[in-house]
Design a protein around this ligand. Structure first.
Ligand code: NDP
Ligand code: ZN
Length: 351
């Protein structure tokens, strides 16, 4: 079969490979719609997970099942399914402890385009089909549902990590697709003031549509000053970090009220340490909690998130700025993600 692969750090191209084999609990799926991710860009061009050769890329897909293992109970050939980017081993000790995304080791629930071939192939393998796949409901477009693979659950997980409650004032740093889903998730969870940090005008406009009350442009001045001024010096209850760099934590701690929580889902690609400002962290006693996590995967989460789309509470189509038709356009879509033109939020390829 054909696949679009990482050939080595900084190198990509089409390759031929044997089609994947199906284990007794597993499924083989052919993609219907896929989307490249900022993480694919980190993987290839920043060497984020180290050297990989001839590894098919991609971890965001909706597809059709072409084969199921003999122990699979709830899925059959021909079913259209939502495939989460994170596909844990649900029997692992880490999953039993409540951290399925770390099944088999830290971050090891992330398998596609990490430990095995991803979804940019003519076929791909899904472990534990009953626990990791969800049926694509009638009436939900595959291209909209692809956003459930990673963008929605990651942005929403930032909201969970920050523990947003009714009436909280919330700040979301970064309004790329992940941050926009954090804005949408914080609004669903009952945020009152909802500040969103970004600079691109179309992202700012869509952040408002998802519920942001104020846009903070980090290119037009220090975000700490801007947020403290708007909040009359008090700062905010909760912060979700979905963009920025290591020093964003310095800013976040300064903007957070005592008792507040920071939920980070941003990938930190360089440096050895994260710095925390001592006095604003209450000299170690400020009850300002910092949590960071990989999004959880699995079937239940996919089913719950798609139900938000079915009931009209979540519209992911606003994220889709560039649409392609045909498998061969995967390359173009990935390069678009790498070059990030200012009007890009997410590209999607329908196959
Ligand atoms: P984007 O690059 O599309 O968005 C990043 C956002 O951060 C943009 O709004 C950008 O602003 C903003 N930004 C950049 N620099 C700064 C800064 N110095 N201060 C404040 N804001 C800044 O990324 P994605 O939305 O695709 O992904 C966000 C992160 O989430 C990535 O690091 C990605 O790897 C990670 N991720 C994590 C996952 C997880 O499970 N934890 C899963 C998937 C992704 P603008 O462009 O408007 O100037
Ligand atoms: Zn992704």
């Amino acid at each position: 079969m054909k696949g679009y692969a990482m050939l080595g750090i900084g190198k990509v191209g089409w390759i031929e490979k044997n089609a994947p084999e199906c284990g007794p609990l597993d499924a083989i799926v052919k993609p219907i719609a896929v989307s490249p991710c900022t993480s694919d860009v980190h993987t290839v061009w920043e060497g984020a997970i180290g050297e990989r050769s001839d590894m098919i890329l991609g971890h965001e897909a909706v597809g059709e099942i072409t084969e199921v293992g003999k122990l699979v109970k709830d899925f059959k050939v021909g079913d259209k399914v939502i495939v989460p980017a994170i596909t844990p081993d649900w029997g692992s000790i880490e999953a039993q402890a409540g951290y399925s995304m770390h099944s088999g080791g830290m971050l090891a629930g992330w398998k596609f385009s990490n430990f095995k071939d991803g979804v940019f192939g003519e076929y791909f393998h899904v472990n534990e089909a009953d626990a990791n796949l969800a049926i694509l409901p009638d009436g939900i477009k595959p291209e909209d549902a692809v956003m459930l693979s990673d963008m929605v659950p990651t942005g929403f997980h930032g909201v969970e990590l920050a523990d947003v409650q009714f009436g909280d004032s919330v700040l979301v740093v970064g309004i790329g697709p992940v941050g926009l889903m954090a804005v949408a998730g914080a609004a669903l969870r009952g945020a009152s003031k909802l500040y969103a940090v970004g600079s691109r005008p179309n992202c700012a406009r869509i952040a408002k549509e998802y519920g942001a009350t104020d846009i903070i442009n980090y290119r037009e001045g220090d975000i700490v000053e801007q947020v403290l001024e708007k909040s009359h010096g008090t700062g905010v209850d909760k912060i979700i970090i979905a963009g920025g760099d290591n020093d964003t934590f310095i800013q976040a701690v300064k903007m957070l009220k005592p008792g507040g929580r920071i939920g980070n889902v941003n990938y930190l690609g360089e440096g050895d340490y994260i710095r925390i400002p001592r006095t604003e962290w209450g000299c170690g006693m400020g009850h300002k909690i910092i949590a960071g996590g990989l999004m959880p995967g699995g079937r239940l989460r996919m089913e719950k998130l798609v139900s938000l789309m079915q009931t009209g509470r979540l519209d992911t189509s606003k994220l889709l700025t560039h649409r392609f038709q045909g498998f061969d356009h995967i390359e173009e879509a990935l390069l678009l993600m790498k070059n990030k033109p200012s009007d890009l939020i997410k590209p999607v390829v329908t196959i």
